[in-house]
Design a protein around this ligand. Sequence first.
Ligand SMILES: [Fe+2]
Length: 350
Amino acid sequence: MADVLLRVAAPVRDDGGLLSGSFIRIKMMKTALGRPVTLRKHLSLESSLGPRLVVEKHFAQLGHTYRHGRLYRWFEHQITRPTLKLGLQMAGLYSRGARNAITPMVRRVSLEFPNLPAALNGFQILHLSDFHIEGTPGLTESLAPILSSLRPDVCVMTGDYRFEDHGSSEPVWPLMRKVVSAIHAPLGIFGILGNHDSSEIAHGMEEAGVRMLINEAVGIGDSDAPLWLAGVDDPFDYQCHDLARALELVPDGSFTVLLAHAPEIFEEAESEGVNLYLSGHTHAGQIRLPGIGAVRQNARCPRAYTAGHWTHGRMQGYTSAGVGCSGLPVRFGCPPEIVLLELRRSPELP
Ligand SMILES: [Fe+2]
């Protein structure tokens, strides 16, 4: 093991932390794959979370708990969810939907890029999203053995660890620790925040072993041809995403993967040169009807970007159906999805 210097993209700190453009000393370890792992010094999450903390304070002053007011939450808990649950029970569908919700599938997706560095050919990214982990009993137990059987190079999590968007996050930690401990990814586990996550969740996820990217980026893999992972804060409800800041130190022409909770900022990402955009949030509808598709889109962008693989200009994207549920712990026509992406270099043109 040797110390090396690597440039890490991070926001400017005025609190004595890392400055933009700084070189920091990190450890490089050879992995079983023969690739080095980058381990970055812990930076001040509090500083990265500054804009989100302002939003949370604003919500609190309005008497809201995070994004929704009390009336909305009362209606959701007392009317919407019980009515939907009763309707499904009367139709004899609820138990089937609950079973579907704890039966995840592994979706293997191969993506070709003409500019993929040769060193990254065959690179595998495990993409997990929208756990809402404490809201679906039995989900953690279903996920763990599947995750432990996979051998990706890196794992990324695109937000929404908590079921509700308010209240205590305490039930999240023991379950997410079980999930994290089941993952074997030699280059690490990286995450971003979703719209159900409060800022405290970023700290909890780091303690669980997930390196959170809040409007910043890190280079991983081969130091001669790294893959740059950039993460932005939630662009859906909190709207604290700052793509320019996240990408500010990513070298021009680098192969860059963006993590954003929702697919809404696809145009900006493509114009900034992002190669692959990974998101979730939509749950691909969670309930999909034959011939119709998602009952609810839940995104402010064209439907084409709300589920599965898509392209926009030179950029490709994948919007995960997620592994968890929101509202009720049921799924129909839309199984929980563990996505294993393999990056391939396009064949040379004649
Ligand atoms: Fe979600």
